[in-house]
Design a binder for this molecule. Structure first.
Ligand code: ZN
Length: 342
């Protein structure tokens, strides 16, 4: 992995795109802070099609300003990002999803990079780590954490007010969170959405310059979404996005389903039209214990796949390749608006 230590603004090419093309491979950047005995971690571009965090970090590096603590930043999926066309590929073709590789075995290429990131973090002992992403469909901003507590909530609240608490374990960086070093995921909104770069930029400023980032502001409101499930598809399925059933597909998803991201949908919301070959057998919905809970969340009427109860939907993708390789959407049955006052 390439390493840049205290790079000066004139050493860096002017645009984020030119910068990562020049780097060509995963890069680690260390910037010494005003308090050199404290370090905060950043990871961004773990997925090559999610540039908001990279753009914010690059813009800040060009400012040449000194952060309050040391900053240790990793930008791993540069090979995927610069593969034609720029910011289209979530993963490098043929490789595993980098954000599913943070637990052993670390044997393949993305696994080795994940292991190296974890090793270097363990040398530098950051007080916290944020991992900045975008969603592939249109979406508002939100955070994702694997444990619900005030420290995780405080870190997410630097960027946004929606928080998903998941007990699904996939091998993501945030799953390495600990009392010593909390780790959170920030989803800045859709990679194509106008506001997403601004969310990353504003949140990053707080993360770089605030004396404390792990104490929730008194009376701060967070919308919490607990224990979502993932709607997954058999990888051999054929998926399309259109406004009516596309012949030959196993599932056709309405083109603008991503408009439902973070909206509450009632029972009977259309998720898609199923093909005759497999019907609903191409769908997988498991809870954190691995139990099949498909019929609790979704039902089939004729060839229509519908929600079976009132749900919050999020991370709805509009990319067939991501729907197949990762999942079509997340859904949570529970919606709570709480005042976290700690
Ligand atoms: Zn991502």
């Amino acid at each position: 992995m390439k390493k840049l230590i205290n790079p000066t603004p004139d050493e860096l090419l002017d645009s984020a795109e030119a910068f990562i093309k020049e780097m060509a491979d995963a890069v680690m950047i260390f910037v010494e802070g005003q308090q050199a005995d404290r370090t905060r971690g950043i990871v961004t571009l773990l997925h090559g099609n999610e540039p908001s965090g990279l753009r914010a970090f690059h813009r800040w590096l060009k400012s040449g300003e000194k952060p309050i603590c040391n900053i240790l930043c990793f930008i791993p999926a540069i090979p995927a990002a610069i593969e034609e066309q720029m910011f289209r590929h979530r993963v490098f073709p043929g490789q595993r999803d980098m954000n599913r590789c943070f637990f052993p075995p670390f044997s393949d290429e993305p696994g080795k990079i994940a292991e190296e990131i974890l090793d270097i973090f363990s040398d530098y002992q950051p007080e916290c780590i944020i991992d900045i992403h975008n969603t592939s469909g249109h979406s508002p901003d939100f955070g994702v954490v694997v444990y619900e507590n005030a420290v995780h909530e405080a870190l997410v609240s630097l960027f946004c007010d929606r928080l998903v608490i998941t007990d699904l374990r996939l091998g993501a960086l945030m799953e390495t969170t600990s009392r010593r070093c909390p780790v959170v995921t920030i989803e800045c909104g859709g990679a194509q959405d106008d506001g997403s770069d601004g969310v990353a930029w504003k949140g990053l400023q707080k993360y770089l310059y605030q004396e404390q980032v792990m104490e929730l502001e008194h009376g701060h409101h967070m919308d919490l979404y607990r224990h979502p499930i993932r709607l997954e598809l058999d990888q051999e399925s054929v998926v399309a996005y259109a406004d009516s059933y596309v012949l030959g597909t196993d599932l056709t998803v309405p083109s603008e389903l991503d408009k439902c991201n973070f909206g509450t949908v009632e029972r009977g919301q259309l998720i898609g039209w199923l093909g005759g070959r497999q019907g609903a057998d191409c769908l997988r919905v498991h809870d954190a214990h691995g139990c099949d809970v498909r019929d609790k969340y979704f039902e089939v009427k004729g060839n229509q796949l519908l929600t079976a109860q009132r749900l919050k939907l999020f991370m709805i993708t509009t990319r067939p390749d991501i729907a197949l390789s990762d999942c079509l959407l997340y859904a949570a049955a529970e919606t709570e608006h709480e005042v976290l006052d700690t």
